[in-house]
Ligand binder design. Structure first.
Ligand SMILES: Nc1ncnc2c1ncn2[C@@H]1O[C@H](COP(=O)(O)OP(=O)(O)OP(=O)(O)O)[C@@H](O)[C@H]1O
Length: 299
């Protein structure tokens, strides 16, 4: 279990992380979502004891990272896939990690295979690895000590769709065995398929958090009418503000039944009425982070 309790980090006058609190439970994958510069990496670095918080605290299994003996046996960390020694082979990287943790290096070959690094790949130097291969090695490195908790910063970065699908299976299996996963991304689509829970951050502050399905269900209703004036009449009747969606429909922040009833009562003919789901979550994400630096936010 990861507990983040009122964490704040300031750099001069800049609040990189501002009073952030959340927990990640065993058996779940939590997606930590936000645009570039939102404060995800800084929060993760504070959890891992690499950046001292200005205030607040973070614990893993109730203990601050610095106080964990042999931390790699408790928590697997992947903060920067390119941080591995470029001159070492994949096998050497994992063997050194195993030795540092006092583990038998006999596990290395199997662990490399588990992340898809087979054939010639384990014997190649990391400098010759693609970003996707580095991410796979980083995951094997994080998991070599059989930790109960994984903290992964943008692990899907550089993976192709097949690779993301594979990673989903790997992390799902880890969580189903009781593990706790926190992974960050600036791409909603990436996290959406992997995570059970979402924590959305913008400008250092938590914007929303909760169960992914609940957030999806609360994401509103997409409505389409032949006449734009009709939708305005409907929104006015409901006392709500709609958001034009990219596909020409309008996102209404209410559940489909309420929108249908209001449309019938006001005599508005609807061409389309459907739960917004993932599309709505994306609209919500963009809306919530609209005040943030949106560089890099895409599908
Ligand atoms: N060592 C540092 N010194 C000064 N400012 C920093 C430092 N580390 C991070 N920041 C600032 O803190 C803010 C949050 O950065 P952080 O890297 O945590 O964001 P992020 O959400 O991980 O973004 P990205 O997706 O781009 O990695 C940014 O404005 C960044 O410039």
């Amino acid at each position: 279990m990861i507990t983040v309790d009122h964490l704040t980090k300031t750099y001069g006058a800049h609040r990189a992380v501002d009073d952030v609190s959340f927990t990640c439970e065993p058996g779940t994958v939590t997606g930590f979502l936000g645009p570039n510069g939102a404060g995800k990496s800084t929060t993760m670095r504070m959890i891992c004891g690499l950046t001292p918080p200005t205030s607040g605290r973070a614990t893993v299994g109730g203990v601050p990272y610095q106080r964990l003996g042999n931390p790699g046996r408790h928590i697997g960390v992947l903060l920067d896939a390119s941080a591995q020694h470029a001159g070492r082979t994949g096998r050497e990287v994992l063997a050194l990690a195993a030795m540092t943790m006092g583990l038998d290096t006999a596990r290395v070959t199997g662990r490399l295979a588990r992340v898809g690094l087979t054939g010639a790949a384990p014997k190649r130097r990391v400098r010759a690895y693609s970003l996707g291969m580095r991410q796979r090695l980083g995951l094997a490195y994080a998991m070599i000590g059989d930790p109960a908790v994984l903290i992964l910063d943008e692990p899907a970065n550089g993976l192709d769709p097949e690779g993301i699908h594979w990673m989903r299976g790997l992390l799902r299996d880890f969580a189903d065995r009781g593990g706790t996963v926190l992974l960050s991304s600036h791409l909603l689509r990436e996290v959406e398929v992997i995570a059970d829970r979402l924590v959305v951050i913008g400008n250092g502050r938590i914007l929303t958090q909760g169960d992914k399905e609940k957030l999806l269900n609360a994401a509103g209703t997409l409505v389409r009418t032949a006449d734009p004036a009709a939708i305005q009449a409907l929104l006015q009747r409901m006392g709500l503000t709609g958001t034009p969606s990219t596909d020409g429909s309008v996102l209404v922040p209410a559940d489909p039944r309420a929108v249908g009833r209001a449309a019938a009562a006001s005599g508005v003919a609807l061409l389309e009425l459907r739960p917004a789901g993932a599309g709505g979550l994306e609209e919500m994400f963009l809306r919530l982070t609209a005040g943030s630096d949106l560089e890099g936010v895409s599908r």
